[in-house]
Design a protein. Structure first.
Length: 113
């Protein structure tokens, strides 16, 4: 599987997470692990939403196995967990996989509030 295709989803680490939150007015962070089945199920949905909302909402992925500080700071104990940030503040979270229309609804509420 090649990682050379352009993607609208940022990859963030413990080192780059704070900067991603600070520099993106609206940000949805997908906390995942490669071994997590439900995480693999929603990954294409996150990619689709990142493309659909390009220029309005930023999307990022953080591998919880590689970013223990992010996991600890945001109390991520189950994955997938989506963290929703607006102007640098976490305003919502979703634990568990949702269908695309439900994720889209959460993103829309981020835009409208």
């Amino acid at each position: 599987m090649s990682n050379t295709a352009a993607t609208a989803v940022l990859k963030v680490t413990d080192q780059s997470f704070a900067d991603a939150v600070k520099t993106n007015k609206l940000l949805v962070v997908d906390c995942y692990a490669d071994w997590c089945g439900p995480c693999r199920m929603i990954a294409p949905l996150v990619e689709d939403l990142a493309n659909e909302y390009s220029g309005r909402v930023s999307f990022a992925k953080v591998d919880v196995d590689q970013a223990p500080n992010v996991s600890r700071q945001y109390h991520v104990s189950s994955i997938p967990t989506l963290l929703f940030f607006k102007n640098g503040e976490m305003v919502d979270r979703q634990v568990g996989a949702l269908p695309k229309h439900a994720l889209q609804s959460r993103v829309e509420s981020l835009l409208s509030n």
